[in-house]
Design a protein around this ligand. Structure first.
Ligand code: PGA
Length: 254
């Protein structure tokens, strides 16, 4: 049984006060982290003030990491710094970073290695564009992204990694992939990992779905065989909605 993981990607939203208000409101309402992992990804300057206030159950993650550990890289964020603040997770390869900041699959691979080297848990995003889906290229794109992202990453290292399947056409658009489309894509990603590392590793790998997830559709999405949680943008900014979504997997745990 894979442990569900529900994550909030706040992107470039919320001030310090708004973030603190949110944390105060949700921290007591988070599910037991022995059953469900819950993670918030705020903007980096907020990490420090959230990390001591998030309560017992909630984890905090960074939205980005640079692939070198230190050096003359103005504006970037290093793994050792994140670790020194007790950050636990790091988001890698989000489509907005690929699109606006030109991150390549090779960058994603180097960032995963930097996260592992610094004992941070990566959530690695992959997903196709609308044109890819319309041209029946979804699997081809996913395979390429997964193979390149996880080049030279061992089976043991993969155990600490979560993949987020986020079709780009569903992010922030209100268009959710159907549960069937999302499950098929997550199943396909699992089959690529199986090809690379065998059945046991593939069966253990947690794969989230992301793209217009909200309280109204999360139950159906996370009850699919290959979907182990959600990476949520817009709807995660509202504390009440986040509480509902963080607790949603309780309904499917036996
Ligand atoms: P959305 O964003 O939930 O607003 O579609 C998801 C994401 O970008 O991770």
């Amino acid at each position: 049984m894979r442990k569900p993981i529900i994550a909030a990607n706040w992107k470039m939203f919320k001030t310090r006060d708004e973030a603190l208000f949110f944390i105060l409101k949700v921290s007591e309402e988070m599910p037991d982290n022995n059953l469900i992992d819950t993670v918030i990804f705020p903007q980096s300057p907020m990490l420090r003030c959230l990390i001591t206030r998030q309560g017992e159950e909630l984890k905090i993650g960074a939205q980005n990491i640079y692939y070198e550990d230190e050096g003359a890289f103005t504006g970037e964020i290093s793994g050792p710094l994140l670790k020194s603040y007790n950050v636990e997770y790091v988001l890698i390869g989000h489509s907005e970073r690929r699109q606006h900041f030109h991150e390549t699959d090779e960058d994603v691979n180097k960032k995963i290695k930097a996260a592992i080297r610094n004992d941070l848990l990566p959530i690695v995003c992959v997903g196709e564009k609308l044109a890819d889906r319309e041209n029946n290229n979804t699997n081809k794109i996913l395979k390429k992204q997964v193979k390149k992202a996880f080049k030279d990453i061992s089976a043991i290292e993969l155990k600490s990694i979560v993949i987020a399947y986020e079709p780009i056409w569903a992010i922030g658009t209100g268009k959710t992939a159907t549960a069937k489309q999302a499950d098929e894509a997550c199943g396909y990603i699992r089959s690529v990992i199986k090809e690379l590392h065998g059945e046991v590793v593939a069966d253990d790998l947690r794969i989230q779905y992301g793209g217009s997830v909200k309280p109204e559709n999360i139950d159906e999405l996370i009850s699919q065989e290959n979907i182990d949680g959600a990476l949520i943008g817009g709807a995660s900014l509202d504390p009440d909605k986040f509480i509902a979504m963080a607790n949603a997997p309780l309904k499917i745990l036996k």
